[in-house]
Structures are given as C-alpha cells and as structure tokens.
Ligand binder design. Structure first.
Ligand SMILES: [Zn+2]
Length: 162
C-alpha cells in the first residue's frame, strides 16, 4: 500500500514525517504492537514513535488497547493500524475530486467565457456583460474564448477517474 502515492500523500499530510511513519506502520503491519517493540525494530526513538502513533490515532488510522501489567502496574499500549480507515479517507478524497471535475465540466459547458489578453483574467458571460465586455482589472476589451479544449480535457479527466 505504500507504493500508492495517494496513500503516501495521506500519511505524509497526517504525520508530516513520512520516512518514520512508513517504517512505523510497516512494523505494525508485521505484527509489532507496542511502542517499545516498534521503537526497537525500527530504531526510531521512542518519543518519535509515540508522536507518530498519536498523530495517526488523532486521524483515526491507528487505535490502541491499554492493558495493565498486574505485577509492575505499568500500562502497555497495543497499537493497531486501521487500514480500512485509510481507504475510507481515500474514497472521500476521490469522491471530492470526482465531484470537482464534474462541477467544472458542467460550468465550462454551461457558460461562455471572455478573457483579457493583458492579464489573462477570465470572465463568464454575466460578468463580462456587466462590465460591457471590458476587463474589470485593467479596462482592456475582452475577447471571446473558445473553451472546447478545456472541456475536452475535463472529459478526458472524467473518463480517467471513472
Ligand atoms: Zn485585464
């Protein structure tokens, strides 16, 4: 799953520490569950391991069970990496992106556009006509823009996503 750049992006955005977090998660997937074990196997400092684990916990992609050692009275935390949650986050991102592409496509198909050759400002028909087809920024006359290339690109993108 770490070869998937989308997964990497999610983990990086959560922990801000991709190198350590990948090692730590790999370690959890290999069956190490306590922070001490993880620190030992990965040779990452215990406080860094804990920091990454709590960041993952905060994002809902790691959980722990706490148990008390009856002799020492110390607590042990057994961590689990919640792979399912990562895929949920991925699905949400994908859906959001897909919706953005669809919305853009609808907007491009449903509007006419006018641009200023000076500063590339772009206006839809309503905006352009309100300003008598001059640029609101610099006053230059606007020119009609053929947006069929943009529409084609968005359609291609849509096909790729679906
Ligand atoms: Zn302008």
């Amino acid at each position: 799953m770490f070869n998937d750049t989308a997964v990497q992006e999610i983990l990086t955005s959560i922990t801000n520490d991709d190198e350590n977090s990948f090692s730590i998660i790999k370690c959890m997937l290999e069956g190490k569950t306590t922070d001490e074990e993880i620190a030992e196997v990965t040779e990452i400092r215990l406080n860094i391991v804990r920091r990454v684990l709590y960041k993952l916990y905060d994002a809902g992609i790691a959980s722990y069970k706490r148990s008390k050692d009856p002799e020492t009275q110390w607590y042990t935390y057994n961590w689990t990496f919640e792979e399912k949650k990562v895929f949920e986050i991925l699905d949400e991102k994908y859906e959001k992106y897909s919706k953005e592409v669809n919305d853009s496509l609808e907007y491009e198909e449903g509007n006419m556009f006018f641009v200023c050759k000076n500063n590339d400002h772009r206006y839809n028909f309503e905006e352009a006509s309100e300003n008598n087809f001059t640029c609101g920024e610099c006053g230059a006359p606007l020119e009609y823009q053929d947006n069929s290339a943009i529409i084609d690109e968005l359609k291609e993108l849509k096909d790729k996503i679906n």
